[in-house]
Write a protein that binds this ligand. Structure first.
Ligand SMILES: C[S@@+](CC[C@H](N)C(=O)[O-])C[C@H]1O[C@@H](n2cnc3c(N)ncnc32)[C@H](O)[C@@H]1O
Length: 272
């Protein structure tokens, strides 16, 4: 990154602030280069000459869709199927059997990127219950701030490398090859999952019913402590009593909230 002059620096800082205020994503100084490259790539794509103009459009709100484009540009969407087997194993062995038989289970993959997490959970449910029962018993909502990755989630087509952790028998059962080194998810799994755009920092959330299980993995660490605390409390509010929160094992929630009870690493429960 070349040295920015004073005025460019001011615009860069203002955009960093905008990103934080609108998405909760916190770019510390050490990530300046990454943020700068992402902003310049966006400018290039939209035909905006520089950061000053980008900031001007943001302030004026005269470029429809710019806020959404910027949110996409600054988010990190890395994800893959069967990520962190330990929490998924806990989900399979302990959470599914504890879910109430009489209700339709509502699961939420908050910050789902291109859908790998939501579909992984759908596969585990189908394997545990049968596909027909999973469709009848469960509904999975995947949400993300980035509309581009949501498009991919809806299409359900993935390159080889996203499927490296899918056991071969599950690969055969739930995916079919399409095109060069690409795989399409089974249509029945698409019937269990719905994808919507949602900014986790934009309140109130539009939910009528509470969730039995919320997965929020590998996203908390993009937010600062204040936003993390706020978010896990809000997750608590939209979870049924006895419901579950699943995070990445590297994102401890017990230091953020006195409400959630830790069950095992990456798994928390709302008291009944
Ligand atoms: C690294 S991915 C994690 C995907 C998946 N949960 C997993 O563990 O594989 C983080 C996702 O969080 C999303 N994200 C970041 N800030 C967000 C916000 N304020 N609201 C909703 N999604 C957000 C990004 O767009 C990105 O897709």
């Amino acid at each position: 990154m070349r040295e920015l002059d004073r005025s460019e620096r001011q615009h860069f800082e203002a955009i960093r602030r905008w990103v934080y205020d609108h998405t909760g994503i916190y770019y510390p100084e050490r990530k300046n280069l990454l943020l700068y490259h992402r902003l310049m790539k966006l400018c290039h794509r939209l035909g905006i000459p520089d950061l000053k103009e980008l900031h001007k459009h943001l302030r004026r709100g005269d470029l429809p869709g710019l806020a959404g484009e910027l949110a996409c540009a600054v988010s990190t969407n890395h994800s893959y199927f069967f990520r962190e087997e330990s929490v998924l194993g806990f989900f399979r062995e302990h959470i599914i059997p504890a879910l109430p038989e009489r209700s339709r289970w509502r699961l939420w993959s908050a910050a789902c990127a291109s859908g790998e997490e939501a579909y992984t959970v759908a596969i585990i449910l189908a394997e545990t219950l049968s596909m027909a029962k999973a469709r009848e018993q469960a509904a999975i909502l995947g949400t993300d701030i980035d509309y581009m990755v949501l498009r991919q989630a809806e299409q359900g087509v993935y390159p080889d490398h996203k499927l490296e952790h899918v056991p071969p028998d599950l690969l055969r059962r739930y995916f079919r090859p399409v095109g060069a080194q690409e795989w399409k998810i089974h249509a029945d799994l698409q019937g269990i999952c719905t994808f919507r755009r949602l900014n986790l920092m934009s309140f109130p959330w539009p939910f009528k019913n509470r969730f039995h299980v919320i997965l929020c993995r590998n996203v908390l660490y993009y937010f600062d402590l204040e936003h993390q605390r706020d978010l896990v409390e809000r997750f608590y509010e939209v979870t049924v009593p006895g419901g579950w929160l699943i995070t990445s094992v590297t994102e401890p929630v017990q230091s953020l909230s006195a409400h959630w009870k830790m069950v095992t690493s990456g798994v928390y429960r709302k008291v009944q």
